[in-house]
Design a protein around this ligand. Structure first.
Ligand SMILES: *[C@@H]1O[C@H](CO)[C@@H](O)[C@H](O)[C@H]1NC(C)=O
Ligand SMILES: *[C@@H]1O[C@H](CO)[C@@H](O)[C@H](O)[C@H]1NC(C)=O
Ligand SMILES: *[C@@H]1O[C@H](CO)[C@@H](O)[C@H](O)[C@H]1NC(C)=O
Ligand SMILES: *[C@@H]1O[C@H](CO)[C@@H](O)[C@H](O)[C@H]1NC(C)=O
Ligand SMILES: *[C@@H]1O[C@H](CO)[C@@H](O)[C@H](O)[C@H]1NC(C)=O
Ligand SMILES: *[C@@H]1O[C@H](CO)[C@@H](O)[C@H](O)[C@H]1NC(C)=O
Ligand SMILES: [Cu+2]
Length: 599
């Protein structure tokens, strides 16, 4: 062995010992102390059904004979006529997900928030109550990845589609589950979701690979010990270092080594708070719904000893492919199948999610314990991690491996434009981001969609808005002229992902040109490019932004006004204008210190 190799394994040995606290299996804190009313990550978490059964079933399924290969979900989703209603109250709270007690934002007292479940073609209705007090604050909820065809006002971005829901007020969102699979909801008010206001969404639909048991959501979140506002302030302070996460959670749980907290904070910190636990049935195949619901970190997910079969990326079922590690940027999802046939019925294994070297993390390792049928759930697994080193590219799984089940060949674009990501320092010395030469800051009191519906056609430079008129298909060449990788997210559409890499695009190479990958978030590497395209036939105002909270707060955000003449024809329900009446009344007496872009 070379001297270098010897040194490396020596360092690795030290690292492994210093991290023994990661693997403590006996929870020192009650579930309510770590996660409030959430049961995710405990052995009492509900397994999910194949679909919800309380509606008529033509051909046995709520969606009839539609499958993932015979139906274009973008224009032919079913209509079940069923409404799934939820009542969500957002409050402040104090919990200790990893043992470190902090102020958080909770949905119905839970972190992660309650799971929204629906069948493909159902209508989801969520009444949101803003109960944030001490101090009061606006809020909103965004339903990540839904198309909102014909209902662009329900997309939940304050300053874009609605005013924030004012303290003490409520708003009922209502929209169709046009796509199926795994997603999440989160506050889109500043970086509020980083404080905990988020939860999973599961839409049952046709499956492209058989499985026996649905284990449900596996939420991966980098985690911070400071409240989100402090972190946004730091991000927008001249000369301040970038914020760093303190820990990494699976379903809102993880241990923390309290010896690293400041002396004055030790009473707030408990060692061995408890990790998430999952039970697998020996011999059976399980579906896990991975969601990167974090603020900044790129996650590399794996399960010791098991190969993962990926069956969907974001809301797009793909031809199943096998991998040991799935890489997810913020906002991205992967549905994976895992068969519990390694070892014996008493075996147990570590699930791991490592934050990559691309991210600013002080403690990048999340683990959860996975037990087969007869395993002793009070004992720590003793499995060995796959050795698939972090390639350091910040990239997603290769585009060549991800082929959608439903084939769509992108049309020739009617408009192609290069969107440049750059960094600049403003007159106060604050480092901000530009996307296509603009840095966004929304006006909470004047949402773009409501103005566009009134016929407004020109917007302040701060809106960073582009009008696409009646373009049929828009190609976006995103050039990242910064060293940081970015998970780029488009609302209202799935994007074709035509190419990605380092440097600049050669202008011609398209991966799988007859059926390229589609998804709603795609990683662009540091100093790299992605080539995206979307069929811009969904009238509305649609954000395109980096999903790293701190980057969106610092301006990496733009808006597309799509088909302005159609937007003028919308009759937007009064409840949307009412959010502005309420917000105006609130801001007339309480000054809202909008320190960031607002989104
Ligand atoms: C916690 O971290 C400290 C300092 O890094 C280390 O000395 C200690 O062994 C760790 N605790 C455990 C249980 O690993
Ligand atoms: C919301 O706030 C009101 C007033 O503070 C309180 O009475 C009510 O219990 C709260 N509701 C929830 C669900 O927290
Ligand atoms: C994740 O990190 C652990 C160190 O805790 C390492 O042993 C493992 O190989 C890593 N997993 C992957 C897939 O890189
Ligand atoms: C993108 O921005 C960089 C840095 O400002 C500049 O050098 C480059 O020419 C820009 N590219 C395009 C296509 O505008
Ligand atoms: C620079 O950006 C910060 C954060 O958005 C803002 O508060 C400040 O007013 C800006 N300074 C100038 C001169 O625009
Ligand atoms: C397509 O969008 C571009 C960019 O905003 C615009 O200049 C052009 O007029 C649009 N074309 C059509 C046909 O709407
Ligand atoms: Cu970014």
């Amino acid at each position: 062995m070379s001297l270098f190799g010897g040194l490396l394994s020596g360092i690795f040995g030290v690292l492994t010992n210093a991290l023994s606290w990661l693997f403590g299996i006996t929870a020192a804190l009650a579930q309510t102390a770590t996660n409030g009313t959430s049961l995710l990550g405990t052995l009492s978490a509900a397994l999910l059904p194949l679909f919800l059964t309380n509606n008529p079933l033509p051909n046995g399924y709520p969606w009839g004979t539609k499958t993932c290969t015979n139906t274009n979900p973008y224009n032919s989703s079913p209509n079940t006529g069923i409404i799934r209603s939820y009542d969500f109250t957002i409050t402040r709270g104090v919990i200790a997900p990893d043992g470190y007690q902090r102020d958080v934002m909770l949905v119905n007292g839970a972190f992660p928030g309650p799971t929204i479940e629906a069948n493909w073609g159902d209508t989801i209705q969520v009444t949101l109550h803003n109960n944030i007090t001490g101090p009061e604050e606006g809020t909103s909820l965004h339903w990540h990845g839904f198309l909102q065809t014909g209902t662009p006002w329900e997309d939940g971005v304050p300053g874009v589609m609605q005013c924030p829901v004012a303290p003490g007020k409520s708003y009922t969102y209502s929209f169709k589950a046009e796509l199926y699979g795994t997603s999440w909801y989160h506050s889109h008010y500043s970086s509020q979701y980083s404080g905990g206001a988020l939860g999973p969404i599961v839409v049952y639909g046709p499956t492209n690979a058989a499985y026996d048991i649905d284990l449900g959501p596996v939420m991966l979140t980098d985690w911070y010990h400071k409240d989100y506002n402090t972190l946004v302030e730091q991000t927008l302070t001249a000369g301040a270092a970038p914020v760093r996460s303190d820990n990494n959670l699976i379903n809102g749980k993880m241990n923390f080594n309290c010896s690293s907290v400041a002396a004055g904070d030790t009473t707030k910190c408990t060692n061995n708070a408890g990790v998430s636990k999952f039970k697998l049935t020996y011999g059976k195949t399980h579906r896990m719904r991975l969601v990167n619901a974090g603020s900044e970190a790129v996650q590399r997910f794996s399960l010791d000893g098991h190969t993962l079969t990926v069956i969907a990326n974001d809301y797009v079922p793909v031809q199943p492919y096998q991998t040991k590690v799935v890489t997810l940027g913020v906002g991205q999802r992967a549905d994976v199948l895992v068969t519990a046939n390694v070892g014996t019925a008493s075996s147990s294994y570590w699930m791991r999610s490592n934050i990559t070297s691309c991210s600013n993390a002080d403690q990048p390792y999340a683990v959860a314990a996975v037990y087969y049928s007869s395993a002793d759930t009070s004992k720590a697994p003793a499995s060995t991690a796959w050795n698939v080193p972090d390639p350091g590219t910040c990239a997603n799984d290769a585009l060549s491996t991800t082929v959608p089940m439903y084939t769509i060949t992108p049309p020739t674009p009617s408009y192609t434009h290069t969107y440049n990501i750059t960094l600049f320092t403003n007159g106060s010395g604050v480092t901000l981001w530009d996307l296509d030469d603009g840095s966004a800051r929304v006006d909470y009191n004047a949402p773009t969609l409501l103005s566009a519906q009134q016929g407004v056609t020109t917007f302040d430079a701060e809106a960073n808005l582009r009008t696409l008129y009646t373009n049929s298909s828009v190609r976006m060449i995103v050039e990242n002229n910064t060293p940081a990788a970015h998970p780029m997210h488009l609302h209202g559409f799935n994007m074709y992902v035509l190419a990605e890499g380092t440097g600049t695009w050669d202008g011609t190479t398209i991966v799988n040109p007859t059926n390229p990958q589609r998804r709603d978030v795609q990683q662009v590497r540091g100093n790299g490019y992605i080539v995206l395209q979307f069929d811009s036939t969904n009238p509305g105002v649609w954000p395109f932004h980096c999903h790293i909270s701190w980057h969106a707060s610092a301006g990496l955000f733009m808006q597309f006004l799509v088909e302005p003449e159609e937007v003028k024809k919308f009759s937007i329900p009064m409840k949307v204008a009412n959010t502005c009446t309420d917000w105006q009344a609130y801001t007339n007496v309480d000054v809202v210190d909008q320190i960031d872009s607002g989104v």
